[in-house]
Design a protein. Structure first.
Length: 63
């Protein structure tokens, strides 16, 4: 699996974004952060996290 297709767990995303569990699940629920479900496990592709960060940076720059 390459870095571009690496799948992150919610705790890994929490650590990278320095957000709590509820905040990360809110981002997933509102589809601001893309994810997939494997069985009962929620996984976030690294490219989805990078896209989310890039979009937020662009919004901040425009606002």
């Amino acid at each position: 699996m390459t870095a571009s297709t690496e799948l992150l767990t919610v705790p890994q995303v929490m650590e990278r974004l320095q957000l709590g569990r509820t905040a990360v699940y809110d981002l997933l629920r509102t589809r601001q952060l893309a994810s997939l479900t494997l069985g009962r496990a929620r996984r976030i592709p690294t490219h989805a996290l990078n896209d989310f960060i890039r979009t937020r940076l662009e919004q901040e720059a425009a606002g």
